[in-house]
Design a protein around this ligand. Sequence first.
Ligand SMILES: *Cc1c(COP(=O)(O)O)cnc(C)c1O
Length: 348
Amino acid sequence: MFDALSLARQNIRNLAPYSSARDEFQGSAHVMLDANENAFGSPAVAGMNRYPDPRQRELKTRLAEICGVPNSNIFLGNGSDEAIDLLYRIFCHPGMDRVVICPPTYGMYKVYADINDVEALEVPLTGSFDLDVPRILLTGSATTKLLFICSPNNPTGNAMSRDSVLEIASGFSGVVVVDEAYGDFSDEPSLAGHIERFPNLVVLRTCSKAWGMAGLRIGIALASEPVIELLNRIKPPYNISGVAQEYALRGLRDRKAVEAWIADLKAERALLADRLAKIPSVQSVYPSNANFLLVRFNEADRIYDELVRHGIVVRNRSRLSGCENTLRITVGTPEENRRFLQVLEEIS
Ligand SMILES: *Cc1c(COP(=O)(O)O)cnc(C)c1O
């Protein structure tokens, strides 16, 4: 039976977390002399002389409605990257423990492994970019503490089979992190509904992609309470700034606009995929549940250079194993996509 606390490093289990002024007194009083703030005011924005809520209660209440899970199952990070780093620091002994990653995938899982001096065991995706379930389960052991699954996957765009992910969550002894940064663009439902049944499941979401708030740096981890408590225990007290909390609350009220953008984006994605498939230098356009397309070209490097020369920047993924000769193309506005296709047709 999975027990987050007993899987955590001993020093984290023993940690007495810092207790901030705003942890010890919540709410407002007439005279706030407890946090050494500037009582006279702020030269920047009204109210910014005060420390923000370290537990981000208002923001979590709104996100709880959107994600369909209670506040107590939500952790907020300074971007989902912070949640990834904290998970390493909670569960992985440097120089001893290991994690499993499934390339080609998001590069930060490996970067944080290297930063934390943790070995990343690679179980590559299959030829169709699906999870190799038997090999992943064989790689699990007492020292493999985390497994990262990106779904829809960056840079390939496909969503992983739910049954495969849940089979892995049942059979893997460590924490299974499912990164749904692109989940809002996917036809597959979120796995957030399964965090109660799978106490070792962490679902990552973000305000950076569909929600259009990458500049605010708000990442979301949804998990069982013991995992959330560990994340809260080791996070910097005020990890989400007051500005970010205020603006994110404002943005999250406008769900209608975001949903309309997502619908437009999906229509543009289909159009772009169709047009790309007809271009002679294009070998294949991979099916996408994300806001980008992975496209295999005859000569990706040349196409990339020519696009840059015409003022169009895409991501060259050709150096990743399994992604030879590919470019990752973010779906833009209709005008941007039309311009991109026009230039691509000229240079092909
Ligand atoms: C963009 C992206 C994120 C988002 O990171 P933030 O730190 O929340 O901006 C997370 N995971 C993947 C796979 C991404 O592509």
